[in-house]
Design a protein around this ligand. Structure first.
Ligand code: ZN
Length: 138
């Protein structure tokens, strides 16, 4: 499957540059390749009330859903150092993506090595409510 990894990583790095992270200073960008061929980006957006902050991955995912895309081919992340999605984002991704989703873990430096994994490797047993979940996919 074509995952357009380099293009996704570049989009994730660009999105990381728009992150709002005055508290952690850890700027993250995410880029999801939709089944529609479009790239949906997100960045982390923090808040003075820390619990309201949103990760780049969920920002990208929710952006895509709001644009009408609910199926995905690949995800790329860019951060000051390569990092994996947090548990909350893994669960959110599992709502719309199967375990085979390729995930590229990049840094903000395009010349640095890129890690490769899948959603299933990071999150083998997502919570699901069977009929409710399937019915919710519309
Ligand atoms: Zn997260």
């Amino acid at each position: 499957m074509e995952t357009r990894s380099d293009e996704l990583l570049a989009a994730a790095r660009e999105a990381a540059g728009r992150a709002y992270a005055p508290y952690s200073r850890f700027t993250v960008g995410a880029a999801l390749l939709g089944a529609d061929g479009r790239i949906y980006v997100g960045c982390n957006v923090e808040n003075a009330s820390y619990g309201l902050s949103l990760c780049a991955e969920r920002n990208a995912l929710f952006h895509a859903v709001a644009c009408g895309c609910r199926a995905f081919r690949a995800l790329a992340l860019a951060a000051p150092e390569p990092t994996v999605p947090c548990g909350a984002c893994r669960q959110a991704l599992a709502e719309f993506c199967d375990g085979g989703l390729p995930i590229a873990l990049g840094s903000l430096d395009p010349a640095a090595p890129v890690g490769r994994t899948t959603l299933g490797a990071l999150f083998p047993a997502p919570f699901a409510l069977g009929a409710v979940r399937d019915g919710g996919r519309g």
